[in-house]
Design a protein around this ligand. Sequence first.
Ligand SMILES: O=C(CO)[C@@H](O)[C@@H](O)COP(=O)(O)O
Length: 242
Amino acid sequence: MLDKLKQEVYDANMRLPQLDLVTFTWGNVSGIDRDQGLFVIKPSGVDYGDLKPSDMVVVNLKGEVVEGNLNPSSDTPTHTVLYNEFPTIGGIVHTHSPWAVSFAEAGIDVPALGTTHADTFYGDVPVSDALTQAEIENAYEENTGKVIVRTFNERHLDPEAVPAVLVRQHGPFTWGATPDKAVYNAKVLEVVAEMDYHALQLTRDNCRVPQYLLDKHYYRKHGNGAYYGQTNAQSQNHAKHQ
Ligand SMILES: O=C(CO)[C@@H](O)[C@@H](O)COP(=O)(O)O
């Protein structure tokens, strides 16, 4: 079942250690088949070096395992909430990448300070509220998803325009149209978090990007007016002549 998606999610999971986004077994990637209402996620606690595509666990949108011999990621309830509440996303990543986690632990948004940020995130990457003791002691991972959704609703954020969040005292979740895009967004978040940390060490002045620069860089790569990179035809033609 869903062998192609399992391979895609496996490949995306393997990019986490390749991109230095995870230590040990921390982190996980999932991907969804919206037509079937099923998603595929990394099994819990399995070392990336021991992982196989057939180890991926298939889960429905109620969070129930429908196929797989291994336990799904402990964060499966969080992914379940996000797939239900953010209907356009196709893949989700959770990591403990250190620069993003530093902002999550400090309770600080990753601010939009430059074009590197603006190319991927249309504004600050928000930090959520801390989960309450009750939210932690009961249905913790599901409540983690609910706190993420609450953060976006309360701050009137579009999850497509800002495909990332910092769960306070925990770490980043990112998402995208595909598992691979969610991994890309996770790496960009880690890189801009490190850049922001240093910029904020160098100056206490307001060094946020102005709206017009944010617009230029974000919409240059996203939306109908996007013109960054190559058209599909140009890319296919280029690939043919490799
Ligand atoms: O956040 C944490 C641990 O704090 C988990 O996401 C991480 O260890 C990965 O757990 P899984 O192996 O996916 O169950």
